[in-house]
Design a protein around this ligand. Sequence first.
Ligand SMILES: [Zn+2]
Length: 106
Amino acid sequence: MSGGQVSSGPGTDDVGADVDCGSAIHQLYHYLDGELTEQRRSEISEHLDYCAPCASAAGFETELRQVIADKCKDHVPDTLMQRVAQQIEAERRKQVDIDPEREHPE
Ligand SMILES: [Zn+2]
């Protein structure tokens, strides 16, 4: 085994002093959720710019989220729909206290 020296990339040492891979990945979820400050976001995005492993991880996460969002749109279980409908109905009755028999034909 040869040493514990990690040398990846073109050998530039001064890039991304603020964000290393660990913290970039750690904050990736917050980054994607838009929960970070402007400055933090730009730091992470800068890191993703030159760090291929982190960039691909971020790309994968983004893709995954899109797939999940699509699937959720397409296949919402009936039971969930019913529960949501019931919740909405319950909220409506609480908030809008009107006679349900008074219907507007339009
Ligand atoms: Zn990285």
